[in-house]
Design a protein. Structure first.
Length: 245
């Protein structure tokens, strides 16, 4: 009986969070700090927002969903599969060309003749924002047959970092985190060679949460995520502040 009670208590002190791949590294720090403050263990499951959304629809036992877009959490709420939803941060899109020595602007794409790495727009909001950007630049058809699609933003980053592809669109946050981890290493500058896409070229990347289970632990985690210290931290790693209503 003591073993059963102990197991139940341990399970009750856990929280399972589905997190969009672009936010996984940030979520690791947030979860670690949250656990240290509350004693509540957080298990993270990462993937493309569209994939995680489909898993939740099929009954995956997540407590909280941290999407890279605003649409999917809202749809979960409308379906009666979430108690609440809201924006927790705003993403920024960047064109990364690590081997480019000259300053990078949108003009780079007009003479670029190689393949371009992008996140799958059907699964990843950063991919959808990329297509919108190319359309604004009137380059969507130019790159139509040269787009190499990753399942998520992290995979696109890996395509480029490995050298398999020389350019692509990634979240700014992944570049800032890479710079911080690199610190004074010899490859630091490669993470600084990017063009930050103006927000006017794509719909805002409003990354939203969905509170799947209305529990004390899940409520605490969402409140912690939205707290001033966490929001300030997110702006230091490449995310923009949440737009004020």
């Amino acid at each position: 009986m003591l073993v059963l009670i102990s197991s139940f208590t341990a399970k009750a002190e856990e929280l399972t969070v589905a997190v969009a791949s672009n936010f996984y590294a940030a979520a690791q720090k947030v979860a670690t700090d949250f656990s240290a403050k509350t004693g509540i263990k957080v298990r993270l499951s990462s993937g493309a927002s569209g994939v995680l959304y489909a898993q939740i629809i099929r009954g995956a036992p997540f407590d909280v969903f941290l999407s890279a877009d605003a649409l999917r959490p809202k749809e979960l709420f409308q379906r009666g599969l979430a108690w609440s939803y809201g924006t927790y941060t705003q993403g920024q899109l960047a064109l990364w060309v690590p081997q480019q020595s000259e300053p990078i602007t949108s003009d780079f794409l007009r003479t670029y003749s190689d393949r371009l790495a992008v996140a799958n727009p059907k699964l990843a909001p950063y991919g959808a924002a990329t297509l919108q950007t190319l359309e604004v630049l009137q380059l969507k058809n130019v790159f139509k047959r040269r787009l190499i699609k990753g399942n998520n933003a992290n995979q696109v980053f890996q395509f480029i970092e490995s050298g398999n592809l020389s350019a692509g669109f990634v979240p700014k946050s992944l570049l800032i985190l890479a710079q911080q981890q690199c610190n004074e290493c010899s490859e630091l500058t490669r993470y600084q060679r990017y063009w930050l896409v103006p927000e006017s070229m794509h719909a805002p990347i409003l990354q939203s949460y969905a509170l799947i289970k209305h529990t004390e632990h899940a409520d605490k985690f969402v409140k912690y995520l939205l707290s001033a210290p966490v929001q300030a931290y997110l702006t230091t790693i490449g995310y923009a502040s949440i737009p004020q209503k």
